[in-house]
Write a protein that binds this ligand. Structure first.
Ligand code: F6P
Length: 341
């Protein structure tokens, strides 16, 4: 069999572990040939690739980022490139393509699969917002980085009697905010799924100071917004890929909370540090299992499917259902994190 692999969208710790696993399983166990497209879908559309043998993936298991590079592609560009992609797949004699990516990548994978290309998807994202899989790799690493940052910020916030508003990634969903906030014992957690009321948030943090506490930590997901009409709020512009460029919820909250509470409030934006560096052991294992199962699915001819973690098993699920909607934080899960001040 000849397999093409690519990584697309925002990078994420564990991508290299999937690439390595695909090559190990395909080349060493099945005697397949594997090629890696450069910079995601761009590589497939431009036929820009390199062969991946066992040597090429030597030593990459623990390495962050992706050795293949990544990029975002506008959906319209990809739709217009279906025939080009089909041509390259035919010319290269590919029997399967394994795209590794998040929401946008998997939607593109579904599109190409519907057009008849032999696709087996692998979900990734630190945001953990892909439906049909219990967890995506990268999430555990991001939560670990955010938790460590929160632990560190607590001690400096306490020394200076400050309110620190810590912005974590999470475009549409608050999984990183919820998990890191719970793990670090944050005093308030703000997620996109639940528009915040600035009065309620002020009261919550204020109660802590009234109770004699000298500092507070608020974790906020970058995509969080206030309840309509509750506060003036700048939203960012939309980029060429249709993604909102956020205007800085933590900075806006810091201004409001400082004014309302009369306490010094500072924003801390963790940003891409959450996506960089070596994956945790959990993410390495999940990524490795996804790669192994993707190759097996390709050999069974199970195209139009995606690897998914269900409980402790890896199962194949239709790409169509995986891209239908995002996996958001359910109200009950948020309720479990009710902050004790
Ligand atoms: O991969 C998902 C994500 O990390 C989001 O949480 C974040 O909003 C986005 O990527 C940032 O993407 P970029 O690096 O393209 O700005």
């Amino acid at each position: 069999m000849r397999i093409g692999v690519l990584t697309s969208g925002g990078d994420c710790p564990g991508l290299n572990a999937v690439i390595r696993s695909v090559v190990h399983r395909a080349v060493a166990d099945h005697g397949d040939e594997v090629i890696g497209f450069h910079d995601g879908w761009r590589g497939l559309l431009d036929c820009d690739y390199r062969p991946l043998d066992l040597d090429a993936v030597n030593g990459i298991l623990a390495r962050g980022g992706t050795i293949l590079g990544s990029s975002r592609v506008q959906p319209a560009h990809l739709r217009g490139g279906v025939e080009q992609a089909r041509g390259h797949v035919k010319d290269l004699g590919l029997d399967a393509i394994i795209p590794i990516g998040g929401e946008g990548t998997l939607k593109a994978a579904h599109l190409l699969s519907e057009a008849g290309l032999p696709i087996v998807g692998v979900p990734k994202t630190i945001d953990n917002d892909i439906a049909s899989t219990d967890v995506t790799f990268g999430f555990d690493t991001a939560v670990g980085v955010a938790t460590e940052a929160l632990d560190r910020l607590k001690t400096t916030a306490e020394s200076h009697q400050r309110v620190l508003i810590v912005e974590v990634m999470g475009r549409h969903t608050g999984w990183i905010a919820l998990h890191s906030g719970m793990a670090a014992g944050a005093h308030a957690i703000v997620v996109p799924e639940r528009p915040f009321d600035i009065d309620e948030l002020t009261e919550l943090v204020g109660k802590r100071f009234s109770a004699g506490k000298k500092f507070a930590i608020v974790v906020v997901a970058e995509g969080a917004k206030p309840r309509e009409g509750s506060m003036e709020f700048n939203v960012g512009k939309t980029d060429q890929y249709g993604h909102e460029r956020f205007a800085g919820v933590a900075s806006q909250l810091a201004i409001e909370l400082e004014e309302r509470l009369g306490k010094e409030a500072r924003p801390v934006i963790l940003g891409h540090v959450q996506r960089g560096g070596t994956p945790t052991a959990y993410d390495r294992v999940l990524a490795t299992r996804f790669g192994w199962h993707a190759v097996e699915a390709a050999h069974r001819g199970e195209f139009g499917m995606m690897t998914a973690l269900r409980g402790t098993n890896i199962e194949m699920v239709p790409l169509a259902s995986a891209v239908e909607e995002l996996k958001t934080v359910p109200a009950a899960r948020y309720g479990e994190a009710e902050c004790v001040l």
